[in-house]
Design a protein around this ligand. Sequence first.
Ligand SMILES: NC(=O)c1ccc[n+]([C@@H]2O[C@H](COP(=O)([O-])OP(=O)(O)OC[C@H]3O[C@@H](n4cnc5c(N)ncnc54)[C@H](O)[C@@H]3O)[C@@H](O)[C@H]2O)c1
Length: 260
Amino acid sequence: MGRLDGKVAIISGASRGMGKAEAILFASEGAKVAVCDIRDDEGKALSESIGSSATYIHLDVTREDQWIAAVEATVSAFGSVTTLINNAGIAESAPFYEMSLESYQRVTDVLQTGVFLGMKSVVAPMTAAGGGSIINISSIDGLIGMDNIISYVGAKWAVRGMTKAAAREVADRNIRINSIHPGFIYTHLAVEDESHLAATHALLDKHTANLAPMGRTGKPEEIAKLALFLACDESSYSTGSEFVADGGLTSGYPSPGASA
Ligand SMILES: NC(=O)c1ccc[n+]([C@@H]2O[C@H](COP(=O)([O-])OP(=O)(O)OC[C@H]3O[C@@H](n4cnc5c(N)ncnc54)[C@H](O)[C@@H]3O)[C@@H](O)[C@H]2O)c1
């Protein structure tokens, strides 16, 4: 018995990183998974490696027509939609007073508009299925601030608020909506060049050693397990809530004596 037997999940941004870890874990727990992304080659390879429980669907989360098509393709492949992880993400950095409007809007479109479109597009099939669970991937940057990524911080706070607003509107349809707030996790986010990946992760290790009480960077699989909890019926009384997995980073700060 899998914890997701009978569930059909759409996961956006699933070709890499946390979305990929979620696709693998969800399929291993009995779910059918629509691996959705704009990175077609990696997404197809992942879907093929998972096997008949998965299908790859090209989905740019900023495009409403593609959301409609992705939902249709998922229902046609697996019969329904019960689960959505709004996971796709990008980040672009600059001081806010130097950030171009184009960069600001590009990030907001993917992170904020993408979540709006995703939630909107699954309400009808989830209602038809008798209910469902939507998991919106925000960030610790939806709880506090971070320098040089104002578009990202703004969108991640928006996702946290939209989660609460939307959850209230569909609770009577047995659809639950929650947000996940990861801390620093080993993925490709904001790594343009593959050859920079190891250096970026080493930088994250230094950063989390200083900032997070647990003293380490998180793994995609650790976020996937939290998403699994929210996707399955074990979280049946949780909606409109935020779930943090950050090694304690946002728990507070040391007392003055600690650095004496
Ligand atoms: N890595 C971290 O430290 C961290 C921390 C907190 C939150 N997050 C969030 O986690 C989520 C997953 O990111 P990740 O860290 O796994 O990064 P990642 O770069 O490894 O994966 C992101 C995926 O999103 C896809 N994507 C980008 N734009 C898209 C679009 N328009 N339509 C569809 N797919 C698109 C990419 O192709 C990629 O496969 C993001 O929402 C990110 O903001 C990441």
